[in-house]
Design a protein around this ligand. Structure first.
Ligand SMILES: Nc1ncnc2c1ncn2[C@@H]1O[C@H](COP(=O)(O)OP(=O)(O)O)[C@@H](O)[C@H]1O
Ligand SMILES: [Mg+2]
Length: 286
């Protein structure tokens, strides 16, 4: 693939977020979960969980290991079918829709365990996400119609802009499996953004990072919000989410135990109790 580096920040911003037209005003609920319940046999992994995600906010979803955070993402993105409850986006139900339909509706996610196409380059991994939006037919792709060539050009430009945005454009043509771990995490974010989501769901994007890398990632998440995306951030480490989120929902054993601004969450006795005595990766609640 021929690669054109975008030049200015404005150009990058325009390519990353081309005139995104979102029906919901900033501060209005974009996504609403009502009594969402997921069961695995006898285990209730998510138990009547109700919260909303407001357009333009960074919402933290935290809780000890096994609390149901990933299950919540899976129920929102069509991986698991909830046994009870609703998920709506701009008032329309997402429950029962296929994964690709939910992507098209505007929900993108990254995975707790990185999922990339290892043999493909970083740029190709992002272009795959962009392709979900294109209309070119298979004959169009084979015979390289002008429309197909134009779309391919646009995909490459936008893919490069996204790599630039997440800070890994220098490795655009490297196979993704050869990238340093931190680059792979950022590439996952670029690929999710390629689907042009309204809501970006990040499942423990800082897992395995040192404190400096975590701080850089938080800065990227702030930038993503500044660019107009709404972010749902799963994080196991409560301290980490304090500096970046506007609001935090806390799960414990599948139930919502708190929903408040970070400073209130930090002092919430139920939240402190949930985290006390829980083995943590590198640091505790205090
Ligand atoms: N596919 C599954 N089958 C059976 N149990 C599951 C499955 N996925 C998650 N669970 C269980 O549901 C609970 C919540 O898991 P999960 O959502 O992964 O927690 P978290 O992401 O908060 O660490 C755990 O007890 C987990 O073992
Ligand atoms: Mg998880």
């Amino acid at each position: 693939m021929e690669v054109n580096q975008p030049v200015s920040d404005e150009e990058i911003a325009e390519l990353v977020a081309p005139d995104r037209d979102i029906a919901v005003a900033v501060g209005e609920p974009l996504v609403e979960l009502t009594e969402l319940t997921v069961q695995f046999g006898g285990l209730t992994a998510l138990d009547h969980v109700t919260f909303d995600i407001k357009r333009g906010e960074i919402l933290g979803l935290i809780g000890p290991n096994g609390a149901g955070k990933t299950t919540c993402f899976n129920a929102m993105t069509g991986v698991y079918k909830p046994s009870h409850g609703t998920v709506t986006m701009e008032g329309k139900s997402l429950v029962g829709k296929k994964k690709h339909a939910i992507t098209r509706a505007g929900v993108a996610r990254t995975f707790q365990n990185i999922r990339l196409f290892g043999e493909m380059t970083a740029l190709e991994n992002v272009v795959v996400g962009l392709d979900a939006r294109h209309r070119t037919s298979v004959p169009g792709a084979i015979f390289r119609t002008p429309r197909h060539i134009r779309e391919e050009r646009e995909s490459i430009d936008r893919g490069m802009a996204l790599l630039e945005f997440v800070g890994i454009a220098d490795k655009a043509t490297s196979p993704s499996r050869s990238l340093p771990y931190g680059y792979q995490r950022r590439l996952e974010i670029a690929r999710a953004l390629a689907t042009d989501p309204k809501l970006l769901c990040l499942d423990e994007p800082a897992a395995g990072f040192n404190p400096a890398e975590k701080e850089e990632l938080m800065e990227l998440i702030r930038q993503i919000r500044t660019d107009g995306y709404t972010v749902l951030l799963i994080e196991h480490d409560m301290k980490l989410v304090m500096g970046v989120t506007d609001r935090i929902v806390v799960l414990e054993f599948g139930r919502k135990i708190a929903d408040d601004i970070p400073t209130k969450i930090q002092q919430d006795p139920a939240v402190i109790a949930a985290y006390l005595g829980v083995e943590d990766d590198d640091d505790g609640v205090a």
